[in-house]
Design a binder for this molecule. Structure first.
Ligand code: DC
Length: 223
């Protein structure tokens, strides 16, 4: 069986929409693999920050992206021999990731790596362009959103839990800027894929969102 015959559930959405938590739990419930594509952009950003690579040097950045030595096991993310699970969640890394994600050659450099996560029995992939560009034949496409205030609150909690300092006003500002950059970029902009189910999670718990996605998937398998 070729990799392209294993089912993919694509969950896209803006930053801090809860898609990571939802995608992770859906993958667990189905026994599927999980791809956090944002982590790949964050790993590239962290490599660039650590090596002092200028953000204007697209060629050097795409080389960093194509040469990423990273591994994922459970919740742990390694960059070479370094455990960077928490380090890649820093706001500076997220903002840098959003900037370099607008570079076509960086996106191209990460394309094959993302496809390689599609393995039996299936994959849940979360990001911005999972349903539109990377896995356009995904069995199920979901676009998760939440109000900026709900997302800023979630990001605040996430950062505090990970031991970072955070300030709501700065977070909201960052979020607006990041949304604008991710939505308005020329290549693979953040937008619902054709045929995507829209899910606004502002007033939902993560578990309720997980149940909704599983229900959509179960309905699809009936046909
Ligand atoms: O989902 P996240 O916040 O961890 O992603 C970090 C940045 O990476 C995000 O601001 C935009 C970029 N990204 C992207 O352009 N395409 C993806 N599929 C995933 C993330």
């Amino acid at each position: 069986m070729s990799a392209s015959s294993f089912p993919v559930i694509a969950i896209d959405g803006p930053t801090a929409s809860g898609k990571g938590t939802v995608a992770h739990r859906v993958a667990e419930r189905l026994g599927f693999h999980y791809l956090d594509s944002g982590a790949l952009y964050r790993l590239t950003a962290l490599s660039a920050l650590r090596s002092g690579t200028p953000l204007a040097d697209e060629h050097a950045l795409s080389k960093l992206a194509s040469g990423l030595h990273c591994s994922f096991s459970g919740d742990k993310i390694m960059l070479a021999n370094d455990n960077v699970t928490n380090a890649i969640r820093a706001e500076e890394v997220g903002n840098t990731a959003s900037k370099i994600a607008s570079l076509p050659t960086v996106r191209q450099a990460l394309y094959g790596l993302q496809l390689s996560f599609r393995k039996p029995p299936g994959l849940v992939a979360d990001g911005r362009d999972m349903g539109s560009v990377i896995f356009p034949q995904a069995s199920l496409k979901v676009f998760l959103t939440a109000s900026p205030e709900a997302r800023a609150e979630r990001r605040y909690k996430q950062l505090i839990d990970k031991g970072f300092s955070a300030n709501m006003e700065d977070l909201l500002k960052d979020l607006w800027e990041r949304d604008a950059r991710d939505t308005n970029r020329a290549i693979s902009p953040l937008k619902p894929a054709e045929g995507a189910h829209l899910l606004d999670t502002s007033a939902m718990t993560a578990d309720q969102a997980v149940e909704q996605v599983l229900q959509w998937y179960a309905e699809l398998k009936k046909h």
